[in-house]
Design a protein around this ligand. Structure first.
Ligand code: GAL
Length: 384
């Protein structure tokens, strides 16, 4: 059988872990599917519905098969997959490269090929593959290659989401394992510090993310407001300004956009952030160009400016203020590769306020709120 090239651009969807941890069941998945349709998330591009850890029985059956917990999934996984598919979504599940998953359910070590076959039979389109309980004598390269190869030969097109947490210089080798995305950080939680630490830890790694193998900065906490599935994830919650910055960072840094909140109960502000078509378009740009950093000497040390070249010649500029007070941020067009001698200026569109702010030459400046962000899409035009 011929396999499709999958995940040209970062995957978008929803994952159960952040809000529900082990409190998952088939009703939740059905209601999530319904809500994603009704709230316009599907239309905006969110495609994968992923069940994370804690879906199976604590042990395999006597033949070595993984068994869905009948209390959580009384109709089995195929029925869940069918519902997800009937509604136009793709179905994701979870396993682990060690002997147990992180929440202590059976992992896939030494069962990789039979599990991949089982996932394919259930109609799974995406497998998140975690990093706990690993045998000491094997390194991660070998463990992730095993499942990469098993999925590629499972008879079904299954996206391989390697959840490796960013150890062992994963960005340097993970693409060769067959992974379409790779978790590069420890688990996110619903706090500004977590968002900030993850974003800063990946600023120098953006060039390792590319079409067909994306740097996964973890599921979004947008819209959770401190209601995580456990104490670690809850972490106090964030302001809407911080959630907006979080989404803008993940979009600009080409991370997958996997929603982690309860989509059945979203505030208007949460919807506005998650449904931002201008930021989604930057994230989903077909060429997946890595953003680069520029810095004006006048900017505060807490200001980070990221620039991403888009496939139609436009330039996306993100200004991020990690500081606790508002700041004036500047971008010198020289640093973009646009010197005065070019005779061009940029027509600037604000991707958060969704408005044109006119033409600028040589310099763009903006006041950025504490923990805030600005993202602009800029079109090159002749100077008048
Ligand atoms: C962690 C992983 C989380 C979640 C959890 C499940 O290792 O990073 O995203 O999947 O395990 O137990």
């Amino acid at each position: 059988m011929s396999r499709k090239a999958m995940c040209a651009v970062p995957p978008m969807g929803w994952n159960s872990w952040n809000s529900f941890t082990e409190k998952i069941n088939e009703d939740l998945i059905r209601e999530t599917v319904d809500a994603m349709k009704k709230q316009g998330l599907q239309k905006a591009g969110y495609e994968y519905v992923v069940i994370d850890d804690c879906w199976s029985m604590k042990e395999r059956d006597k033949d070595g098969n993984l068994v869905p917990d009948p209390e959580k999934f009384p109709h089995g996984m195929k029925a869940v997959a069918d519902y997800v598919h009937e509604n136009g979504f793709k179905f994701g599940m979870y396993s682990c490269c060690g002997t147990r998953t992180c929440a202590n359910y059976p992992g896939s070590f030494e069962h990789e090929y039979e599990d991949a076959k089982q996932f394919a039979a259930w109609g799974v389109d995406y497998l998140k593959y975690d990093n706990c309980f690993k045998p000491q004598h094997l390194d991660d390269r070998n463990l992730y290659r095993r499942m990469g190869l098993a999925l590629a030969n499972s008879g079904r097109d299954i996206v391989f989401s390697a959840c490796q947490w960013g150890t062992e210089s994963v960005h340097e080798w993970i693409s060769s394992s067959g992974a379409h995305l790779f978790r590069s950080t420890i688990d996110i939680n619903d706090s500004w510090n977590s968002i900030k630490d993850i974003a800063l830890s990946q600023m120098d790694k953006t060039a390792y993310s590319s079409a067909y193998c994306h740097n996964d900065m973890d599921m979004l906490v947008v819209g959770m407001y401190g209601k995580g599935g456990d104490e670690y994830i809850s972490a106090g919650g964030c302001t809407d300004e911080e959630y907006q910055t979080h989404f803008a960072l993940w979009a600009m840094m080409n991370s997958p956009l996997m929603i982690g909140c309860d989509v059945r109960n979203m505030t208007e502000q949460t919807k506005k952030i998650l449904l931002n078509k201008d930021l989604i378009a930057i994230n989903q740009d077909i060429e997946c160009r890595a953003p680069f950093q520029v810095q004006c000497t006048s900017n505060s040390p807490d200001t980070y400016v990221l620039v991403k070249f888009l496939s139609n010649g436009d330039i996306a500029i993100g200004m991020f203020n990690f500081g606790d007070t508002p700041t004036l941020a500047a971008v010198d067009f020289w640093d973009l590769g646009l010197p005065t001698s070019a005779g061009k200026c940029l027509e600037i569109y604000d991707c958060i306020e969704h408005e044109n702010i006119g033409k600028k030459s040589e310099m763009l400046t903006a006041t950025v709120a504490a923990h805030g962000s600005k993202v602009y899409r800029c079109k090159m035009v002749e100077k008048e």
